[in-house]
Design a protein around this ligand. Structure first.
Ligand SMILES: [Zn+2]
Length: 282
């Protein structure tokens, strides 16, 4: 009994000292790569925020990505935001919080961009804005991006990242898939290039529509790309699915992706591919 009491005290003291130690270590000192498990000191992260071991690209905001992706950017439709069509409880507060955090009015950043004299229309979806979900304002901004690019005869580059349709906007959100796909088809009919870069994660209605309609489809290393989540698939088909089923590398092996590109090489790769796309050059 005495030993038990001592052990109890010892354990309690250990927990206390562990907690005190935890309190002294800032929680943002390091990050663990979710793909290979490597622990990376946050100060070792450069602007690309990638894992030095497996090259996985951590989820970053659209504005952070813009910082290294292009030479010039002229933002458009920045004022567009959702008007909460279903009066969904708690949605306005959630929107406001996401807007404050990302500096965007909705989950995509759109505009005209330039890399080494090559002009194009650019869209970057933001996984940190309500999981990059596709709402009415997101859909309208991407539609306008394609319509404007068709009028101005510009190629489109779109970095996708999404958890799928935005449930707070219900059917209005699902309709964006058809609306954007129509704008993509008109852009294609005009003979213009559409280049997609699939980033982690690209799922749901976005994968089921415009993310898979590109003329050229690139993906970042180990990006999760799929329609339904793993658990939903397994419950539906009553089978375990392979661990790498929705990895970009597996999609490459099966022909859904043309090339895996590291973030550090994206800018040059876009520029090289646009040379073949008949875009405007200075
Ligand atoms: Zn890694």
């Amino acid at each position: 009994m005495q030993l038990y009491k001592r052990l109890k005290t010892l354990t309690a003291n250990h927990i206390k000292s562990d907690r005190q130690a935890d309190a002294k270590v800032p929680s943002d000192l390091w990050r663990k790569c979710p793909k290979c498990g490597t622990t990376i000191l946050t100060k070792e992260f450069d602007q690309y925020a990638t894992c030095p071991h497996c090259h996985y690209g951590f989820r970053i905001s659209a504005r952070q990505r813009l910082g290294w992706l292009v030479d010039d950017f002229d933002e458009q439709d920045s004022e567009l935001s959702s008007n909460d069509p279903l009066n969904f409880p708690g949605y306005p507060a959630k929107l406001k919080q996401a807007q404050g955090k990302t500096g965007l009015n909705d989950a995509v950043l759109t505009g005209r961009a330039r890399i080494r004299g090559q002009h194009f229309a650019l869209g970057i979806m933001d996984p940190t804005f309500i999981m990059g979900s596709l709402g009415t304002a997101t859909g309208e901004k991407i539609t306008r991006l394609f319509e404007r690019a068709t009028q101005e005869r510009l190629p489109v580059v779109l970095c996708t990242a999404s958890g799928g349709a935005r449930m707070q906007e219900g059917i209005n959100s699902l309709m964006q898939m058809a609306k954007i796909s129509n704008a993509v088809a008109q852009h294609a009919a005009a003979g213009l290039l559409y280049l997609v870069i699939l980033t982690d994660p690209t799922t749901g209605g976005v994968t089921a529509s415009f993310a898979m309609q590109g003329d050229i489809t690139l993906a970042e290393p180990h990006a999760l790309v799929g329609f339904a989540g793993r658990r939903v698939i397994e419950q539906t088909i009553h089978q375990k699915i392979p661990a790498d089923l929705q990895d970009a590398e597996n999609l490459l092996r099966h022909g859904f992706v043309d090339r895996i590109v590291r973030r550090q090489d994206e800018k040059t790769t876009i520029w090289q591919l646009l040379q073949y796309g008949g875009g405007q050059h200075d």
